[in-house]
Design a protein around this ligand. Structure first.
Ligand code: HEC
Length: 92
């Protein structure tokens, strides 16, 4: 599982000014992060992370828009990391 890399691309797509990205966005990791996101997440969260992927349109709970700074800045990197790993309660 490439949870750190996926977290890096969420930070890159989203609210980099509000969400701390220290140590996450190395040049070496960013294209691998993009591949992970495109393959596993974009179908729901959209290629640009706006929550508008085709597979998310029919869900009753819409996928998170990672570019919504006011919402994303409420989640710590640790929380997002744990969500990606499946270790956090999404609705908490
Ligand atoms: C099947 C569609 C789907 C896929 C694929 C998907 N997500 Fe989501 N994601 C959702 C939905 C729907 C929500 C909103 C859940 C909620 O509000 O409880 C969400 C919420 C999130 C959240 C915010 C959760 C919170 O409560 O703060 C993060 C972070 C996230 N997704 C990351 C990812 C990542 C990273 C991937 C790829 C590894 C991914 N998602 C793949 C549908 C999806």
């Amino acid at each position: 599982m490439h949870s750190r890399r996926i977290l890096a691309i969420i930070v890159a797509l989203g609210c980099a000014a509000a969400v701390s990205n220290q140590g996450l966005l190395s040049a070496a990791g960013i294209s691998a992060a993009r591949d992970n996101f495109d393959g596993q997440c974009a179908k729901c969260h959209g290629e640009s992370g706006q929550g508008d992927g085709p597979a998310g349109m029919s869900l009753s709970i819409r996928p998170r828009n990672f570019t919504d700074c006011s919402r994303m800045s409420k989640d710590s990197n640790e929380r997002i990391f744990n969500i990606i790993k499946g270790a956090a309660n999404r609705r908490a």
